[in-house]
Design a binder for this molecule. Structure first.
Ligand SMILES: Nc1ncnc2c1ncn2[C@@H]1O[C@H](COP(=O)(O)OP(=O)(O)OP(=O)(O)O)[C@@H](O)[C@H]1O
Length: 302
């Protein structure tokens, strides 16, 4: 079901370290806003240890009308994966360093505006995908970007500056890897600089890998950047930041409902920005309209 429903009981999952922003005042703001709208609210602060299990038991104990992830794409993935297939919609207060899914869903990046969604919103269903059973709501990939994400997560500095620095260092020495990708539409076999499994559109950095992707069309895209001469790198980067990557001669896209990726060289991978153990065979499945999300009210027509 889609539409607006008043919330009486909300859960907020706050990642205290996301985006390197102090969230103490924000907690008070959330409580104040909920009081103002006669909404009961519960706050869970993530610790980085067993958060998924702890949130799962909170969700099992109480019936929430909505659950907000207050953090970045990692926090959205932890909470969102638990809400897939349930009646409880996912809200996002974007406070990570990138906030890719929130941007793709047009959720306000300003915290105060995002908090307005607790009382003024619309609920819509979006697709999710799984990689060997692990949910991905936004973008997952293998190859160059996954390596940068891994190094970024293992380092002690956060923020876009450090991501760009790691990317530049890795770029100079990165060697494309071999993949075989079988889908319900076509098969690809060859080398790729990166392979993105895209439910949504743009990375948190705003690099748009899948400009035409639609979050509720029952399909996901495999976006390939094939090997290219180092000199072409700047041109590809430009296209990523101007929503025109599909016009590059070095890209290929497969829009499909099912895929098996043979990661023959055991390249690293991540799901929604969180590195995971690499697998040799990755089965990707589509779960159409399986997650309810809380979105801003549409602009009134002129
Ligand atoms: N209290 C905590 N201490 C240390 N790590 C934490 C804590 N809470 C959550 N984490 C870790 O934070 C990561 C998720 O961060 P999240 O994606 O929300 O923010 P971000 O990385 O700043 O943003 P983005 O993904 O948008 O770049 C997860 O790896 C999670 O384990």
């Amino acid at each position: 079901m889609e539409g607006h429903k008043k919330h009486n009981n909300l859960l907020f999952v706050i990642n205290p370290i996301a985006g390197d922003i102090d969230k103490e005042e924000l907690e008070e703001e959330i409580q104040e806003k909920c009081r103002e709208h006669h909404i009961n609210c519960e706050i869970y602060r993530t610790t980085g240890e067993n958060d998924k299990e702890k949130i799962k038991s909170l969700l099992a104990k109480s019936k929430y009308d909505g659950a907000f992830a207050v953090g970045g794409d990692g926090t959205v993935n932890i909470l969102g994966s638990l809400l897939i297939g349930s009646d409880t919609p996912l809200g996002i207060v974007p406070l990570g360093s990138g906030n890719g899914l929130a941007k793709d869903l047009n959720i306000p990046q300003d915290t105060e505006d995002a908090l307005e969604l607790i009382h003024s919103h619309v609920v819509r269903n979006i697709d999710t995908i799984t990689l060997n059973g692990l949910p991905s709501i936004h973008l997952s990939d293998l190859g160059f970007n996954a390596l940068v994400v891994k190094n970024f997560c293992e380092g002690d500095t956060r923020g876009p500056g450090s991501y760009a620095w790691i990317a530049l260092q890795e770029y100079l020495s990165y060697v494309p890897k071999h993949y075989r990708i079988e889908t319900d539409v076509e098969t690809f076999e060859g080398e790729a600089f990166m392979v993105t499994i895209a439910n949504a559109n743009a990375f948190g950095s705003n690099a748009n890998i899948n400009p035409d992707g639609i979050l509720n069309d029952g399909k996901f895209e495999i976006c390939l950047i094939e090997p290219f001469p180092k000199a072409a790198g700047l041109g590809i980067l430009y296209k990523l930041y101007t929503d025109s990557i599909d016009t590059s001669v070095f890209t290929r896209k497969i829009s499909c409902r099912r895929a098996t990726i043979y990661n023959t060289q055991h390249e690293v991978m991540h799901i929604d920005g969180e590195p995971i153990e690499e697998e040799e065979v990755i089965n990707v499945e589509m779960h159409p309209k399986s997650l309810k999300v809380i979105l801003p009210l549409p602009e009134p027509e002129e």
